[in-house]
Design a binder for this molecule. Structure first.
Ligand code: GLU
Length: 472
């Protein structure tokens, strides 16, 4: 990367259009940019691309900022207002500035007004397609005289503004992810940079702002790959330095189609509500389409230090719930007791006696992935409403009445839980799974879970005996 070897500060950005709530794919893009700037001690900026005033909503910007803050994706430059109210880093506030650049292009003859109707353009497109040609503007308005333009405007016609694409030029760039890219300018055709209603085309403002905001590296979705030659031509015509671009592949669901609600995607807000740790989401997303040799649980700083744009995959990345759960478990294991306690929430707090809190946390932490599972265990230990799962019921039935009578008697007499189990095994002639499962099943209603000896301490001997009696 040239910019990293020079003395320039690496500047990356995330430039969402606030037309909906962000999903995992958007946030992963933001994260990769945070990691890339973090790696080089650079700046990450957030720019809100809200020129589509009908579809853009402050509500989405506010939610996006909340999600990013929750994940610790902090921006050095960008909106400051928690409500996401329009400010300097909102494109809707920068329209007069874009106008200056339109004027500049027109002055140097690199842009011209086009009066072709949508209908004419549709017919042109159809004709070209049926002749097997790529659809592109035929340049009818490219050479209108000043007088002709003025006349049409006086008649009330509202032109679009087209960029005059240089003839027969090869536009090349080295994509940070996909390597060498080549486009022939003749395949592109003069394109619209400002619509008839005066609103700017997204890729114009996007390119101009990257240049003006000194962005050095752009990692973004590969759906923008074909915008890049246009953007490079615009910036070159304006004499503005362009960033390096890297186009990352999509995330796809386990069924191979683009990630959506149907195949596992969740909004960030939804993940927060379900109890995912932000660190888990970050550790997962950093590896979704980016290879890390180090598979340990890392902080954002550590992830940044080991980030490498050349480790971004060209092929679509598969969303995998199992991996997300893995990082959730890692985050939980790394969290301190206070954090886990807060995370478990009120419903759990109410159930746990103060003197059992510490033990409950250490016993349950390795066995849960979300607060609901914590509540389920709190119910197992501290309420009478024991739900017996099917395989536990089967273990109870197989062990039989006599087994539990022995167990109840021994647990009453022998205070050492491990010794008690050994004696029960000897008296009932059972060992291994045939011994442990029925005891576990009677005590918890499940055949898997925390260490047996921990269970006994949490329940207390009276409850252990009572549950054995209930199973008999
Ligand atoms: N506003 C564009 C989008 O959300 C930004 C694309 C880019 O990152 O350059 O798709």
């Amino acid at each position: 990367m040239s910019a990293t070897s020079s003395s320039d500060t690496v500047v990356t950005r995330f430039a969402p259009s606030p037309t909906g709530f962000v999903h995992l794919g958007n946030i992963r893009t933001a994260l990769f940019n945070v990691l890339l700037s973090g790696k080089h001690g650079g700046d990450f900026l957030l720019r809100i691309e809200d020129t589509d005033q009908e579809r853009s909503k402050d509500e989405y910007t506010a939610a996006l900022m909340e999600d990013m803050r929750w994940l610790s994706l902090h921006w050095a430059r960008g909106p400051v207002d928690d409500d996401g109210k329009p400010g300097e880093y909102h494109q809707s506030q920068r329209l007069p500035l874009y106008q200056e650049y339109y004027d500049k292009l027109e002055e140097v003859g690199q842009a011209y007004p086009c009066f072709c109707s949508a209908q004419r353009l549709a017919v042109l497109r159809k004709t070209q397609l049926s002749a097997g040609q790529p659809p592109r503007y035929d340049g009818i308005c490219a050479n209108l005289s000043k007088e002709e333009v003025e006349k049409k405007i006086t008649e009330g016609q509202k032109p679009t503004l087209r960029f005059r694409v240089p003839k027969s030029e090869e536009v090349t760039f080295n994509d940070l992810v996909r390597g060498d890219q080549r486009f022939n300018s003749d395949d592109i055709g003069d394109f619209i940079i400002r619509r008839g209603d005066g609103t700017p085309a997204f890729f114009f403002t996007n390119a101009v702002d990257d240049g003006l905001m000194n962005v050095t590296h752009v990692l973004r979705g590969d759906d923008h790959l074909t915008n890049t030659p246009r953007q490079l031509m615009i910036l070159s015509a304006l004499g503005i330095r362009h960033p390096e671009y890297g186009h990352i592949s999509l995330i796809i669901g386990d069924d191979g189609s683009p990630l959506s609600k149907r195949n596992g995607s969740m909004g960030i807000r939804e993940m927060r509500e379900q109890g995912y740790f932000p660190e888990a989401v970050v550790n997962y997303l950093a590896r979704l389409g980016h290879y890390y040799a180090d598979n340990s649980y890392m902080s954002i700083e550590q992830l940044a230090a080991q980030f490498d744009a050349s480790h971004l995959g060209k092929a679509p990345a598969h969303f995998d719930m199992v991996q997300l759960q893995h990082w959730q478990k890692e985050a939980l294991a790394a969290a301190d007791d206070d954090t886990v306690w807060q995370w478990l929430g009120e419903a759990v707090h109410k159930q746990i006696p103060a003197d059992k809190k510490e033990l409950f946390l250490s016993v349950v932490k390795p066995n849960i992935g979300n607060p609901q599972e914590g509540l389920d265990w709190a119910n197992v230990f501290f309420t009478d409403e024991l739900i017996i799962e099917d395989d536990a019921q089967q273990a109870i039935d197989e062990a039989g009445k006599e087994f539990y009578e022995i167990a109840a008697k021994i647990f009453t007499e022998e205070p050492d839980f491990k010794a008690a189990i050994k004696t029960i095994g000897a008296q009932a002639s059972k060992k291994g799974k045939a011994l442990f499962w029925p005891i576990r099943a009677a005590l918890t209603g499940k055949v898997h879970g925390p260490e047996m000896s921990d269970l006994s301490v949490l329940l207390g001997v009276d409850e252990v005996v009572a549950r054995c009696k209930r199973a008999s």
